[in-house]
Design a protein around this ligand. Structure first.
Ligand code: FAD
Ligand code: ZN
Length: 460
């Protein structure tokens, strides 16, 4: 590591390189619940050229590197195990907003919220949104293909990335900052880096597609009697609201109870078996709220919605979202919970969640915390598991019960958080051997010495 430190200091100057001992926790720990990792060195380049110099030197010396964004990941992807930590945080800022092309060129180290605000100030919407918006960085969002709250309308990060700049393991810079909506000139190289969690290249810049700013923004928070009612509500609202339905978030009753315990008020009276947060963003200030209200009225008449609160202001919309964002408060109440982000067709969800809940209760006992919630409209459910007193979980057995049924029903072990180390050895539950073999071949071609984020994504 001394040779590596000297090489990096010679390339970047002493100020950009810090010894690994005594680093602040934010470079060692993400939101996976794993204990703090260990860094050999921290290097903080301030330009693409510097990132290229770091990687070229590490490649030459066979030195493994872990790229890091805001460390809000939930899969252990940015957690170091003694490698060089390459933080992108100094590559920060908005390079350009093109109001005619409706695109934005951003450095990888820009916090998502900063990019959202810049888009808004220019009269646009950057539709990517997630609870970690204040601390996750655009490069991390791209590297994890982050999903978030508005996927049902706008798709995942991949759908917003038009162009990318990335640095390969050997320091080669691939500048592919396409701004066109349509470009079929050969392979779409940016896709190699989107969602590959820092194992195939380091993202330094991105061109993002912006959407017109919506003219209406409202929401409803609902209490429902059954899972069947949740599904009927989804299908009814999808056809009644069309593209103005921007989020459909479901929460099971224990999640609602935990939110109340975290000190956040539920917008409906009493407790219900299920809650749903519906968000609508449209362009017709007259008709949009009417459509939502009429559709909800019909659902209430049919007994599918038991209680509902309709937002009367943006402050109400924000208050409703606080219920969904309260998940960030749970570690304060329960310590680190073991978090899942499975994906599966909605038609299998009721049987799946009931079977997994039964299996986990049998394994863990009645005092285990099992919180189901998630982006139901996207076929993506979260499950947080733990004990109130913080005693350790039998992780392997819990993982097996959650992942084993997914293959047969067309599910995925990770819908949005990525594989990291947490799901690496479960990839085979929902990916075929041929798929994993092709992933390995791509990795070997792009990173022949295996220095980029080793031990992540691909099964050991
Ligand atoms: P990091 O955690 O720093 O890194 C994540 C991975 O990307 C690592 O493997 C790292 O090596 C790699 N990486 C980071 N930057 C780069 C780069 N520039 N080039 C190459 N590789 C890189 N995620 C969702 O998808 N949807 C949600 O709704 C959601 N909600 C969340 C809510 C909360 C409260 C929290 C804490 C997290 C949530 N997440 C969610 C997870 C997380 O915020 C996202 O995965 C986010 O995209 C990670 O960004 P980051 O900058 O923090 O990346
Ligand atoms: Zn999520």
């Amino acid at each position: 590591m001394r040779e590596v430190a000297e090489a990096l200091r010679a390339e970047l100057g002493a100020g950009a390189v810090t010894a690994g001992d005594g680093l602040p926790a934010r470079y060692l720990i993400d939101w996976s619940g794993l204990p703090p990792g260990r860094a050999g060195l921290l290097v903080r380049p301030a330009s693409t050229e510097e990132v290229a110099k770091v990687l070229a030197a590490c490649h030459r010396l066979g030195q493994p590197v872990v790229p890091q964004g805001g460390m809000t990941g939930i899969s252990g992807g940015g957690r170091p195990g003694g490698e060089v930590v390459l933080s992108l945080e100094r590559l920060r800022g908005i390079e350009e907003i093109d109001p005619v092309g409706a695109t934005m060129q951003v450095w990888a180290g820009t916090p998502l919220e900063e990019a959202q605000n810049a888009a808004e100030a220019a009269g646009f919407l950057l539709p990517l949104d997630l609870g970690a918006r204040g601390s996750c960085l655009i490069g991390g969002n791209v590297a994890t293909n982050a999903g978030g709250n508005r996927v049902i309308r706008h798709g995942m990060s991949r759908a917003m990335v038009l162009g990318l700049e990335a640095v390969l393991a050997d320091g080669t810079v691939i500048t592919s900052l396409n701004r066109l909506l349509k470009n079929n000139a050969g392979y779409d190289l940016k896709q190699l880096f989107i969602g590959s969690e820092g194992t195939l290249g380091v993202v330094t810049r991105a061109v993002l597609r912006l959407e017109p700013k919506p003219l209406t923004h409202t929401a409803a928070f609902l209490g429902l009697p059954s899972f069947a009612a949740v599904v009927e509500t989804l299908t009814t609202l999808r056809s009644a609201l069309g593209p103005s339905l921007t989020a459909f978030e479901a929460m099971w009753r224990p999640y609602g109870d935990a939110v109340v315990e975290a000190g956040v008020a539920l917008p409906v009276e009493g407790r219900h078996p299920f809650y749903v947060l519906v968000e609508q963003q449209g362009i017709d200030p007259e008709r949009d709220p009417e459509r939502l209200e009429a559709a909800l009225g019909g659902l209430m008449e049919r007994g599918l919605v038991l209680d509902g609160a309709l937002a009367r202001s943006l402050a109400d919309v924000r208050a409703f979202w606080r219920v969904r964002d309260a998940v960030a408060e749970f570690p304060r109440l329960y310590g680190a919970l073991h978090a899942f982000d499975v994906g599966l067709p909605v038609r299998h969800m009721e049987a799946y969640t009931e079977a997994v809940t039964k299996g986990l209760r049998a394994l863990l006992g009645d005092d285990a915390i099992l919180l189901w919630f998630g982006h139901l409209g996207d076929g993506n459910l979260h499950l947080n598991v733990g004990y109130r007193d913080g005693r350790p979980l039998p992780h392997e057995a819990v993982d097996d019960r959650v992942y084993a049924p997914l293959g047969a029903i067309g599910g995925t072990v990770t819908a949005e958080h990525g594989v990291g180390t947490m799901k690496r050895d479960h990839l085979g539950a929902t990916r075929s051997e041929a798929e994993i073999d092709l992933m390995r071949r791509l990795k070997a071609m792009l990173d022949p010495k295996g220095i980029l984020n080793p031990g992540k994504v691909l099964p050991s």
